[in-house]
Write a new protein. Structure first.
Length: 139
């Protein structure tokens, strides 16, 4: 398995009330992540998350991620998507693959304003198994 570029976008959580725990207006991809914005509004302004934004829109998850949190999002950057096998992203963006895309994207969201130390502690407590995600989609 090869490592894929990813941004641990804790900064995107700032828009959902994480301001006290995070630095004031951190930047992601050169774009400020404003506490007054929600995750979607911040991601739209990040030039390194354009593929993620397109995927969130294709999966009909905009309203879910714009809802009150807080959430911590592990937001894949464009280069992460580019590292996937050719045609993968294009196939996932097709309407017939919306359910699969929703499952993939929601596995990148955890309920709460979590620090890296908290995430590590939870992973260790679970035997380094995946942490339950915040957004569950019923098929």
């Amino acid at each position: 398995m090869t490592a894929r570029p990813m941004t641990l976008a804790l900064a995107l959580a700032v828009g959902l009330g994480a301001g006290a725990a995070q630095a004031a207006n951190p930047t992601v991809g050169g774009a400020p992540m404003l506490e007054s914005r929600n995750i979607v509004e911040n991601a739209v302004n990040s030039p390194i998350h354009t593929t993620l934004v397109a995927a969130v829109q294709a999966a009909d998850l905009v309203d879910t991620l714009a809802s009150p949190g807080p959430f911590t999002v592990f937001a894949p950057v464009n280069s992460g998507f580019e590292a996937l096998p050719a045609g993968t992203v294009e196939a996932l963006l097709q309407p017939e693959n919306k359910g699969t895309l929703q499952k993939i994207l929601t596995s990148h969201v955890v309920a709460g304003d979590l620090s890296l130390d908290t995430i590590r502690a939870r992973a260790r407590a679970n035997g380094n198994h995946p942490i339950d995600t915040a957004c569950q989609i019923s098929a």
